[in-house]
Write a protein that binds this ligand. Structure first.
Ligand SMILES: NC(=O)c1ccc[n+]([C@@H]2O[C@H](COP(=O)([O-])OP(=O)(O)OC[C@H]3O[C@@H](n4cnc5c(N)ncnc54)[C@H](O)[C@@H]3O)[C@@H](O)[C@H]2O)c1
Ligand SMILES: O=C(O)[C@H](O)COP(=O)(O)O
Length: 398
């Protein structure tokens, strides 16, 4: 299998994939047209990326492409819907960089409270200002608000405990039991978080539903002088509203994912909040520990797919198909039996949603399970039972 790796992943990951007998083409600088050209040239079965964008055009460039692995968490950079329509799997490495991101997010919260970057900048500029930097609110006893209690949100809650910060959290699927187990107070809405928290950290995925989750109303509901940290994605926060809240309500803001983040790893950077906010360079996941963990998981996904055809961490396989019925066919393990069964399935108008065939050890028999949607009929079932080498067939509703 050819595996094109278009971003920096750990050497150990590349070695593991090579040791699995696969050809690895590594070119960490591939972006835009260069990525499309490389996909066309190498026609890989697997593409491994970090934040590099994978649009429909890239998916179309490699006819043999079967799997895109996001060596990270967020898949908003990949045309997942486009991959689905092309029958291409997309998988990520959930949770493997969560501790690293939480470490940065907490660093930014503390930096906002104590103005650490400004302290440093002043000292570097030859200015001593103990008087100017001598006031800070402190974080112990202050309420931390969390939006999103996935892997990173949970890591944040753990760290908040160590800093003596009560946590109020909103997450779309957070239950009271989950909240109790995590030692956080569950909020019904994001606005409830805004109202109760002194500092808020954002950890939801970027989706159409989470766009501008932090908007003018949210910022208005936060107390004066509150702090906000965004290590999720730029579009989750309305940056124009943030700029106004910085001016009018003393909001303190830090982001690792500024709007207009350059695709290139180095180059010029301009941002309207560059002076008023603390902006880091999308490095939340960039610790050695996270890089190792992500690399290991990305390699595991590639190798598992190559060896089993199954995709760990797939983000575009239907959790639940439209199947309404399960057809179970016990049959002798002979050539052509399944073709005979499927011919009847097709004529009956049953749409196959899931299918597997398991062979019994030593017995020469097998069992096929076909989940389908369509109206089952006794007549079709009777015809399946008559297919040569079929031992038995049943249909149940699922
Ligand atoms: N700055 C960085 O370097 C960095 C690193 C890793 C992840 N991230 C970002 O952080 C995000 C969270 O990472 P994670 O590891 O916690 O992921 P996760 O999948 O464990 O958690 C995602 C969270 O987003 C919420 N969510 C997803 N879709 C939603 C929707 N439609 N409406 C409301 N909530 C929704 C989930 O409920 C969950 O709380 C990633 O999606 C990524 O964008 C950034
Ligand atoms: O979603 C993620 O995992 C992060 O945004 C990390 O991005 P990176 O792989 O470019 O560091």
């Amino acid at each position: 299998m050819t595996v094109l790796v278009a971003d920096s992943v750990s050497d150990a990951a590349l070695d593991a994939i090579r040791e699995g007998g696969h050809d690895v083409v590594e070119d960490p600088g591939l972006k835009g047209d260069a990525l499309v050209d490389a996909l066309r040239e190498h026609d890989p079965a697997v593409l491994v990326v970090r934040s590099t964008k994978v649009p429909a055009e890239a998916l179309d460039a490699a006819p043999s492409l079967e799997l895109v692995v996001r060596a990270g968490a967020g898949v908003d950079t990949i045309d997942v819907a486009g991959a689905s329509t092309r029958g291409v799997f997309v998988a990520n490495c959930p949770g493997k960089n969560a501790a690293a991101v939480a470490e940065l997010a907490f660093g930014l919260l503390l930096a906002l409270d104590r103005r650490i970057p400004d302290n440093v900048i002043a000292a570097r500029a030859g200015r001593w200002d103990k008087k100017g930097f001598a006031s800070a609110r402190g974080v112990r006893g202050r309420t931390l608000g969390l939006l999103g209690m996935g892997s990173i949100g949970r890591e944040m809650a753990e760290r908040a405990r160590a800093f003596g910060m009560p946590v109020v959290a909103w997450s779309r699927s957070l239950t009271d039991d989950d909240a109790r187990a995590l030692g956080v107070t569950r909020a019904d809405t994001p606005l409830d978080v805004a109202r109760q928290a002194d500092m808020v950290s954002v950890h939801v995925a970027s989706t159409p539903e989470t766009r501008h989750l932090v908007d003018a109303d949210f910022l208005e509901a936060m107390p004066e002088g509150a702090a906000l940290v965004n290590t999720a994605r730029a579009d989750v926060v309305d940056e124009a509203a943030v700029a106004r809240a910085v001016d009018t309500r003393g909001l303190r803001y830090a982001t690792d994912v500024p709007a207009g983040e350059p695709a290139a790893k180095q180059g010029d950077f301009e941002h309207p909040l560059a002076d008023a906010a603390y902006i880091t360079h999308h490095v939340g996941a960039s610790t050695d520990q996270a890089t190792e963990a992500i690399g290991q998981e990305a390699a595991r996904v590639v190798l598992a797919y190559a060896e089993t055809g199954r995709v760990p961490n797939s983000v575009n396989l239907a959790d639940q198909t439209a199947a309404t019925h399960l057809l179970t066919v016990r049959h002798l393990d002979r050539v052509g039996v399944l073709a005979g069964v499927l011919a009847v399935v097709r004529e009956a108008g049953w749409n196959v949603q899931e299918m597997e065939n398991l062979v019994f050890t030593g017995g020469g028999a097998a069992v096929a399970r076909v989940r389908f949607d369509g109206a089952p009929s006794d007549e079709a079932l009777a015809r399946i039972r008559e297919v040569e080498h079929v031992l038995n067939a049943t249909v149940i509703a699922v």
